[in-house]
Design a protein around this ligand. Structure first.
Ligand code: GLY
Length: 367
């Protein structure tokens, strides 16, 4: 079973990745907890698919485990749902020796981690991701939170899990569009940190798109290795961890402009990665002129979009650029972009010329 370590001193934790890991979850998780009752939190859909299997694995390992559900979907990622789950913690008498386990995709993991970070001022937390996006990104690194009227993901806490258990075979139950959108973050890791991983993805794109279990397990393990390196280097995103936001400043603008109704997160990031490569070219930072075409080809083969549609591309590009000023990665008024130089290497650029940013948005819009 591949085990990736997130090295954070006394708070270090393993990421176990293996086919069938869901059935071994109890044996893996129990030694990392403090013996009290465990509350599994999942959305109603995931609970139906995988909830009983996880509960059985936990109980077999001697853990006293119960499950609570919330309605599936991003609208549930709110303080109101967190409050309902804190009430569930009280009802099930989850105390400081207990733990909360997030079973599911990004919404479930972010919400559950936030619930754990506040309940009794912080109790043990475990991630059991079931979506590709959660396996390769959101379950690792301790970013947790909820959406609020102030914006998406603006309220939250860093709360590292005690362990992450990933059974990559459960992606077999995922909706096709959701599955494909998870690859945006996988491609991102290749572009920002590993030319070798990017080339491997190009060679294995058909197997990945077809959910070949061996290829998926390798993609998940390699992604977790790269993410774990960033988290260990810069847990609180004061420096190099910002590289994980490649494609996200453009992508968040697309999501906001379309009111989160048109794109899944990964789809917006996919288009955003192309826009960021174009901005890099415009600023003379792109050492490998072939990279944008390679990126577009790989995204296409993985079933991800490369262009945003608009009847008026020029006006749309200006509108999208205006959203960047509101991005939560803005520091001291400067908008920060992660721009690729070549496969495996990126550079952080603060406040590039506004006309170049608008033109880069325009490069990714088709009428
Ligand atoms: N998803 C980006 C990060 O965890 O930093």
């Amino acid at each position: 079973m591949p085990v990736v370590e997130v090295s954070l001193g006394a708070r270090s934790y393993p990421i176990h990745i293996a086919a069938g890991a869901l059935d071994q979850a109890g044996a893996l998780i129990a030694p990392r907890l403090d013996g009290g009752r465990v509350l599994v939190i999942a959305d109603a859909t995931v609970a139906k698919l995988h909830g009983q299997r996880l509960l059985a694995a936990l109980t077999t390992a001697g853990l006293d485990a119960v499950i609570e559900t919330f309605p599936a979907g991003e609208p549930s990622k709110t303080l109101a749902t967190a409050d309902a789950l804190w009430q569930a913690c009280a009802r099930h008498r989850i105390d400081r020796s207990g733990a909360v386990i997030g079973l599911g995709g990004g919404v479930s993991g972010d919400l559950t981690g936030f619930v754990a970070s506040c309940w009794m001022r912080g109790i043990a937390f475990v991630q059991v991701p079931t979506s590709l996006l959660a396996m390769v990104d959101s379950s690792v690194g301790g970013k947790t939170g909820v959406n609020s009227a102030a914006g998406k993901n603006l309220v939250g806490a860093f709360c590292q899990p005690r362990i992450v258990v990933i059974d990559p075979t459960v992606v077999a139950t995922m909706d096709d569009r959701e599955y494909r959108s998870g690859f945006a973050e996988v491609v991102k890791y290749g572009v920002i940190r590993s030319a070798e991983f990017l080339a491997w993805q190009e060679a294995n794109a058909a197997a990945l798109a077809a959910r070949d279990p061996v290829a998926v397990a390798h993609a998940v393990a390699e992604s977790c290795r790269i993410k774990a390196w960033y988290v260990a280097e810069d847990e609180f995103e004061q420096g190099v961890r910002a590289e994980l936001n490649y494609g996200h400043t453009f992508g968040h603008a697309l999501e906001r402009e379309t009111k989160y109704r048109v794109y899944l997160h990964g789809e917006a990031v996919a288009i955003g990665m192309g826009m960021a490569a174009n901005l890099s070219h415009r600023l003379g930072l792109l050492d490998d002129p072939g990279l944008p075409d390679r990126l577009a080809g790989l995204l296409r083969r993985l079933g991800l979009p490369q262009r945003h549609q608009s009847a008026d591309p020029a006006a749309e590009a200006a509108r999208l650029a205006a959203h960047c000023a509101l991005d939560k990665k803005v520091r001291h008024g400067a908008t920060r972009f992660i721009l690729p130089r070549r496969a495996g290497q990126v550079e952080l650029v603060s406040s590039p010329p506004a006309d170049q940013v608008i033109a880069a948005f325009g490069s990714g819009i088709a009428s």
